[in-house]
Design a protein around this ligand. Structure first.
Ligand SMILES: [Zn+2]
Length: 305
């Protein structure tokens, strides 16, 4: 018999927890990390929804869809991202493809020594965290007792998680970042977030049908990370029922009217982003009067703000 070890020594990435190596050095103080660029349909190439806002080395994650906890470890071009640098988690809405890696994300963060956490989202968000610390309470307390994890205590899990449940338009501070919200149109309550720092702004739409409130929130933003699901290929949404996502021309209308600098298309179906799709997308954007930059999100991509 043979034992095959295609990757002898296992996958040991620089900067992984426990190696003592430095985390990925960000090239700019403010950037967008597309950690989950996929849709609810499982896709080996794309985790479900998760967008990281990096500001001075702290991460504010918008959504934690399936696979996104692993996406941090996979990292970007220069290496992995540390879970313990997550300073806040913000949910746009509580559909599974935006939520289900919350447990792994927060538990890994806490196990790596992450302390106080800001947790923001629509009503129901507090219940999610409560479920984590009750359903998995024995597991978490077992980890807490583990002598090999020096430096972890109850903070960041059983206490020190500052939970805010929001609806509508709000404005608040998270560390060095000003956050503004707008409630948009989806099959359940969806909050879009605007992050402002150093005179720059990033907006993350979450899932939404066409909604003028997104244009208002995104006005003049440097980067708009927008739900382009599932019609980024320009095909029409199925007939009937209230729309809960935008067609591509509607995405273009938002980008053009809000005059954003860069549009990042995310929440992508498993369609091949090939030359033909890029060309079609380009023509829809230029026909819609948008002259900025358009980027198809990829897991691990970093877009400087
Ligand atoms: Zn959704």
């Amino acid at each position: 018999m043979t034992v095959e070890a295609p990757n002898p020594g296992g996958m040991r990435l620089p900067g992984m927890a426990g190696t003592g190596l430095a985390p990925y050095p960000h090239q700019t103080t403010f950037s967008v990390l597309t950690l989950g660029s996929g849709s609810p349909e499982l896709n080996p190439a794309r985790a479900s929804a998760c967008t990281g806002i990096q500001y001075r080395g702290a991460y504010y994650l918008v959504d934690t869809g399936n696979g996104s906890a692993l996406s941090l470890l996979k990292g970007g071009s220069y290496g992995p991202y540390r879970h313990r640098d997550i300073a806040g988690i913000l949910f746009t809405h509580l559909h599974q493809d935006h939520v289900t890696d919350y447990f792994d994300m927060v538990t890994t963060r806490w196990s790596e020594g992450g302390k106080r956490l800001d947790l923001v989202g629509p009503p129901g968000t507090a219940e999610l965290h409560r479920f984590l610390v009750t359903f998995f309470g024995d597991d978490l307390r077992y980890r807490l007792r583990g002598g090999d994890r020096a430096g972890i205590d109850e903070e960041g899990m059983f206490r020190g998680v500052d939970i805010r449940e929001l609806t509508g338009s709000r404005e608040f501070q998270l560390g060095g970042v000003r956050v503004k919200t707008a409630e948009l149109t989806h099959s359940l309550l969806n909050l879009a977030y605007r992050f402002e720092a150093d005179g720059k702004a990033v907006v993350v739409s979450g899932d939404t049908a066409f909604d003028r409130r997104l244009i208002d929130l995104a006005r003049g933003a440097d980067v708009l990370v927008v739900d382009a699901n599932p019609w980024a290929d320009g095909s029409a949404p199925p007939p009937g029922g209230a729309p809960s996502h935008m067609s591509l021309p509607e995405v273009v209308r938002v980008a053009a009217e809000a005059a954003v600098g860069t549009v990042v298309l995310t929440h992508l179906w498993p369609l091949p982003v090939d030359e033909a799709l890029v060309r079609r997308t380009q023509s829809v954007f230029s026909n819609g009067g948008y002259s900025g930059r358009v980027v198809f999100a990829e897991d691990g991509l970093e877009v400087p703000v």
